[in-house]
Design a protein around this ligand. Structure first.
Ligand SMILES: *Cc1c(COP(=O)(O)O)cnc(C)c1O
Length: 376
């Protein structure tokens, strides 16, 4: 029995060809021509004017927060249930993340609870689209407008996804993407900031590259780091981007297959297929154990692992992070839906290289495994 990994990327397009061009031409650093081309294509795909490619999605968030001059004394509202990259971008800047619970159906930040979190110190809302279904962006944009807040859109999981027909990555001041191998477009490691604001773009370019001054090199007014993206990464990215529509279609088809085969399985809650603003793109195919099941995601994942199926737990909540608890952040705060997702959610193999045959096996094994779980 061969193990079915939770994710395997698909690299059988022009990746090798473009990489060979890098080697043959000697352009392997961040100065190579593919970087600009990838930035242009990617930003256009996201409906934006400017793209700044960086080392990874975490760095993209960090630079986005810094580019907006968010710092000491500022607050940024974000979901409790997300990846540490979101909170870390804010705390590394000296600002404070203010958390909002999830909607238990969409698994996104509950927009109804957003307004009550806004204070005099709120500078921005970090809108994180989770697992394939976008946040109800118009409602967030309205609040940002009403209170004069910036929006940082984390579209790491949203390549090729739209909200009311508008591309994800096009909302608010600044948006970010990741190109980690489990995202719809990968460059191995990589990320990008996209924006329509020329000044913000320029600031991000400077932050990406040690804050070199434009006119005099080796003189610095500000400190940053080296977040440069290489021509080799861009070569892979360009080949991936050529297939974005195909990839998005494939993801949706996978999600629909799983939903079709798992929908009547007692004990399981499936991802929302469709809302009035978007159709799920199933960045990953997540499953949630319902209240009839006694165990946690870890019990279920153990059963699946024994059957040769790779899985991952859902995110852990920010208010539960030991590092933030030790720092005295989020003391006494509870976000019940986020906690439920973290304890009962996991995702099953749903990478682009997954075959039809593998999907059939996964669906069968999931049904069997959930049948073996203890009931309340
Ligand atoms: C993957 C991901 C990131 C981080 O991207 P890396 O490239 O792994 O640093 C940030 N936010 C979300 C929502 C993600 O899914």
């Amino acid at each position: 029995m061969s193990f079915i990994p939770v994710n395997e990327p698909l690299l059988d397009g022009n990746e090798k060809k473009y990489l060979c061009e890098c080697i043959d031409s000697g352009w392997i650093s961040s100065e190579g021509p593919f970087v600009r081309e990838f930035e242009e294509r990617m930003s256009r795909t996201a409906g934006r004017k400017y793209g700044i490619a960086v080392t990874n999605g975490t760095a993209a968030l960090e630079l986005a927060v810094r580019a907006l001059c968010i710092g000491e004394g500022d607050e940024v509202i974000m979901p409790a249930f997300t990846i540490i990259s979101c909170a870390m971008a804010v705390t590394n800047a000296g600002a404070v993340p203010v958390l909002v619970d999830s909607d238990i159906h969409t698994w996104n930040m509950n927009v109804d609870e957003l307004e009550e979190k806004i204070t005099d110190r709120t500078k921005a809302i970090m809108m994180v689209h989770t697992y394939g279904l976008p946040v109800d962006a118009d409602r967030v944009l309205e609040l940002a407008e009403k209170y004069g807040l910036k929006i940082i859109e984390d579209a790491a999981e949203m390549h090729g996804q739209t909200y009311k027909g508008r591309p994800c990555g096009s909302f608010g001041e600044i948006s970010t993407f990741s190109f980690y191998p489990n995202k719809h477009v990968t460059t191995g490691e990589g990320g990008m900031i996209v924006t329509d604001d020329a000044e913000l773009a320029e600031r991000c370019r400077s932050l990406r590259n040690l804050c070199f001054k434009k006119d005099i090199r080796y003189v610095h007014d500000e400190l940053s780091g080296n977040y440069r993206f290489t021509n080799l990464q861009a070569a892979v990215g360009l080949a991936q981007l050529e297939r974005l529509e195909e990839f998005a279609g494939r993801k949706r088809a996978m999600g629909q297959y799983y939903t079709q085969h798992l929908k009547d399985t007692p004990g399981l809650i499936l991802p929302v297929e469709q809302t009035d603003y978007a159709q799920n793109i199933y960045w990953v195919y997540g499953l949630l154990l319902d209240e009839s099941i006694q165990g946690t995601n870890l019990d279920m994942q153990r059963l699946l692992s024994e059957e040769g199926i790779g899985t991952r737990t859902f995110f852990q909540c920010m208010h539960m992070q030991p590092v933030y608890q030790k720092a005295g952040l989020f003391a006494g705060e509870r976000y019940r839906n986020g906690e439920y997702l973290a304890e009962k959610g996991f995702y099953i193999p749903s990478g682009l290289a997954l075959t039809q045959e593998q999907m059939e096996i996964v669906a069968e094994k999931v049904k069997t495994a959930v049948g073996k779980m203890d009931r309340v």
